[in-house]
Design a protein around this ligand. Sequence first.
Ligand code: MD6
Ligand code: FE
Length: 220
Amino acid sequence: MTFDLFDDLPPNGPASPAIEPLADGAVVLRGLARADAEVLLADVQAIIALAPWRHMITPGGLTMSVAMVNCGTVGWVSDARGYRYDPVDPLNGKPWPEMPASFRKLATTAAAQAGFAGFEPDACLINRYEPGTRLSLHQDRDERDFSAPIVSVSLGLPAVFLFGGMRRADRPQRVRLAHGDVVVWGGPSRLAFHGVAPLADGDHPLLGRLRINLTFRKAL
Ligand code: MD6
Ligand code: FE
């Protein structure tokens, strides 16, 4: 009789991925979103049909290289007036598209696996990166309640996530995030500085030369 340690694993990898600690309150759930990726991406396309990708302007007047859109009760926006969560899309004055059930389920499952049971996101910021696109170090602090974590889902081309400390000057860890990886981020890490290094070129089977990131928040 032959015995193979991996016989029980489905072809897409383990159903419950390893929990990889990043810092106190921050973990990477490797591959958690991989099996759902096609559904998630079809839902992104449906959102884009209602609310297009756009490059927001920072309060300082710079155009962001990451293209963004939102779904949910409120969406994160940046313009000359500052950063905020807004219930309407400034491009059309209408509510943001609803958060798809596939998004909500993944976010809640990921948060629970990371120790944040009961996470109920009301906002999802969808980020699109092309080769060369980067996101400079920042804190996520426009939400009202920092007791809720953030759940971040990576799809498409791999990226180097920069995970720093509580001060902008703290030298960041460099964490490779691949298609299907999910980062959950809360508690003592909730206000850590973080960013994304310039995206390397590549060709992903589902997304070609793109990376798409979904970040789920409880903003209100
Ligand atoms: C990105 N993510 O991965 C950008 N923020 O494209 C974020 O800015 C982020 O991944 C807070 C928590 C997790 C994140
Ligand atoms: Fe962020």
